[in-house]
Write a protein that binds this ligand. Structure first.
Ligand code: IMP
Ligand code: MG
Length: 179
């Protein structure tokens, strides 16, 4: 898998350090609140498991799956709920855990949908933020790393369902897309 990468953008060590740091900040900010951490499948699964364990406070976990229709490396703006949460989020402090914000379509859709259910609060924590590509005006509350306009894989992020288990974040070689 490493052979398919043009460069390593974020190393395993850097991920570990930043996740530990973010986890501490989140634990401070949510102290006494027992937040509901929402994992957006499948991309944020790896980050989710690590960030939850880096937060040393009681919390709940739940999972949502959405799909966006479009080209493989581009979000289309048409988002569909594939798997909703079964519990009510009314009155809960909900923290969305996302892998990456690109155009912002996915989170704009999700945020609006979840806000209609009247949580006590709704915040967004994303591992990666690609600000340069933003179309929909969405602002994350917590960001692991700001990155430039690269298509990245690893640590949960995929290309054609591959590379999610890479322990680091890398940029795919151009030839992989054109195969
Ligand atoms: P958005 O709706 O354009 O913000 O896209 C968000 C979703 O697109 C993410 O949750 C990812 O699943 C996917 N995505 C966006 N950029 C990348 C990338 O560089 N690598 C892998 N997946 C990406
Ligand atoms: Mg995703």
């Amino acid at each position: 898998m490493l052979n398919d990468l043009e460069q390593i953008l974020i190393t395993e060590e850097q991920l570990k350090d930043r996740v530990a740091e973010l986890g501490k900040t989140l634990a401070e900010d949510y102290k006494g609140k027992e937040p509901l951490l929402l994992c957006i499948l499948k991309g944020s699964s790896v980050f989710f498991a690590d960030i939850a364990r880096a937060m040393n406070i009681p919390l709940e976990m739940d999972f949502i799956a959405v799909s966006s229709y479009g080209a493989q490396t581009m979000s289309s703006g048409k988002i569909k709920m594939k798997k909703d949460i079964e519990q009510s989020i009314y009155g809960k402090d909900v923290l969305i855990i996302e892998d990456i914000i690109d155009t912002g379509y996915t989170l704009t859709y999700l945020k609006q949908l979840l806000l209609e259910r009247n949580p006590a609060s709704l915040k967004i924590c994303t591992l990666l933020n690609k600000e340069a590509r933003r179309v929909a005006p969405i602002k994350p509350d917590y960001v692991g790393f700001e990155i430039d306009d690269y298509f990245v894989v690893g640590y949960g992020l995929d290309y054609n369902e591959k590379y999610r288990n890479l322990p680091l974040i890398g940029v795919l070689k151009q030839e992989i897309y054109s195969e």
